[in-house]
Ligand binder design. Structure first.
Ligand SMILES: *[C@@H]1O[C@H](CO)[C@@H](O)[C@H](O)[C@H]1NC(C)=O
Length: 352
């Protein structure tokens, strides 16, 4: 086109006319191409104007009502998302849980919905984790109590390290400490289950002087690029992190590692929508790869009392104790968070 312009310098206006009309023409084609499927999608799909097919009023009306219902439903979903600021998290969680069940990546306990999902080759991911330098150097490792991280707990004890693990849902207490020196090869395996933790672990309180060198956390979905993580939606990882931070057991430099299946890697967690208490992940271990996220998301700085649901506070004794203690020490009442319906717990099923 540039060559063409040079050759026709004496007739520039003709050239411009040609040029602009061809732009208009392609523009028109574009708008037709873009609009056409949109129109056909939204309009009842039979030909109203065709002379051969008689106009069927009842099926036209049925189709119109169907499209109306569809539009109303999508508006309702958008309205619910706007009303519940956490709806986007649930959409991602549900997608991952559904996918893991559908592809049979999920492992006992199933269904994996509302859990830190157990997955095929979880032990391969744990083995990758156990070969990380931060793991090899760690003397004390905090590991979540969920099934997919059972082998991580075992490898921690097997490696002669101290294992710090929370009571499930912090229901019965706080953290328990397990020392491999107090276990033998046959009790070590049992010590990685919740029964074994109760049996062989030593419960600790908020005053325990302890240093945690590595945090292993379970996840539902993680973004490998940003390090943004979603848990099962009950907020325990955040509370545990916050309390360990309060105790001085961890700081911002304590690495946070997760072990997940490759199918739990996602790319649609909006970092700007994360909350201050959401814990980002530094390292991801899957059965096939190790990813250093180099996350720039700040680590939480303690418990965010103004975000803590009153229902949660009433469920967890150690949190009430901590709150009372801080209020006593500072002489100030701490804020309480907004009330909210808690998500349902996972279905309990007997092991097959
Ligand atoms: C993080 O940094 C390391 C080393 O600088 C680099 O190899 C790696 O690709 C980075 N990770 C991501 C997810 O960009």
């Amino acid at each position: 086109m540039f060559m063409h312009l040079n050759l026709n310098l004496h007739n520039v206006s003709w050239c411009w006319g040609f040029l602009s009309s061809s732009i208009m023409y392609t523009g028109l084609l574009h708008s037709i191409q873009i609009r056409f499927p949109f129109i056909t999608h939204q309009t009842p799909s039979f030909k109203v104007c065709s002379s051969k097919v008689p106009f069927d009023e009842s099926s036209y009306e049925a189709e119109r009502l169907r499209l109306d219902a569809k539009a109303i439903e999508s508006m309702a979903i958008e309205a619910a998302a706007a009303a519940d600021p956490k709806a986007w998290k649930w959409a991602i969680r549900k997608r991952v849980w559904d996918l893991m069940e559908a592809r049979n990546i999920a492992q006992f306990p199933r269904p994996v919905h509302h859990r830190i999902p157990n997955f095929v080759s979880a032990s391969a991911a744990a083995d990758k984790l156990s070969r990380l330098e931060v793991f090899l150097k760690a003397k004390c490792v905090k590991v979540n109590p969920d099934t997919p991280q059972k082998r991580v707990r075992f490898l921690t004890l097997y490696g002669g390290k101290m294992l710090l693990t929370p009571q499930p849902r912090l229901r019965t207490g706080f953290f328990s400490v397990l020392e491999s020196s107090t276990l033998n090869p046959s009790t070590m395996n049992e010590a990685c289950t919740s029964v074994g933790v109760a049996k062989y672990g030593r419960p600790i309180g908020l005053d325990e002087k302890i240093k945690v060198d590595l945090i292993v956390i379970g996840s539902v979905a993680v973004d490998p690029i940003t390090g943004a993580r979603l848990g099962k939606g009950e907020g325990f990882a955040e509370l545990e992190y916050g309390m360990l931070h309060y105790m001085g057991a961890i700081d911002d430099s304590t690495p946070v590692v997760t072990s997940i299946h490759d199918e739990q890697l996602v790319d649609d967690i909006p970092v700007e929508k994360l909350l201050v208490h959401d814990v980002p992940v530094d390292i991801i271990c899957t059965p096939t790869q190790v990813i250093f996220t180099n996350t720039s998301i700040p680590k939480p700085q303690g418990i965010y009392w103004d975000k803590l649901l009153p229902e949660k506070l009433s469920q967890i004794k150690i949190l009430r104790q901590l709150k009372a203690r801080i209020e006593r020490e500072t002489g100030h009442k701490l804020p309480t968070g907004p009330s909210e319906k808690l998500p349902p717990n996972a279905q309990r099923r007997k092991k097959p």
